[in-house]
Write a protein that binds this ligand. Structure first.
Ligand SMILES: [Zn+2]
Length: 83
């Protein structure tokens, strides 16, 4: 992790404006979901990507009945059905 060279003040509602240059660089557009992650003393912003409800994986995730499942978990469920 390295400093982006930007210092911003948090407003009274807890908001921080992300500089346009960073939004452009990380392709964050108005209305895009952003996930807030924490790691020790750090707060990390990441473009939101759905996670599998069972294993937390972000790879090969597909929507199924308003939930997200990864391909391996989906296959495992399929195998349970065939037992
Ligand atoms: Zn999974």
């Amino acid at each position: 992790m390295k400093p982006a060279g930007v210092v911003r003040k948090v407003d009274q509602l807890g908001r921080i404006v992300l500089p346009k240059s960073l939004r452009k660089r990380y392709q964050m557009n108005e209305g895009d979901p952003v996930e807030i992650l924490v790691q020790g003393d750090h707060i990390i912003l990441e473009r939101y990507r759905p996670r599998c409800v069972f294993c937390g994986s972000m790879e090969e995730v597909k929507e199924f009945k308003d939930r997200y499942l990864c391909e391996p978990c989906m296959n495992e469920m399929g195998q349970l059905h065939n037992r």
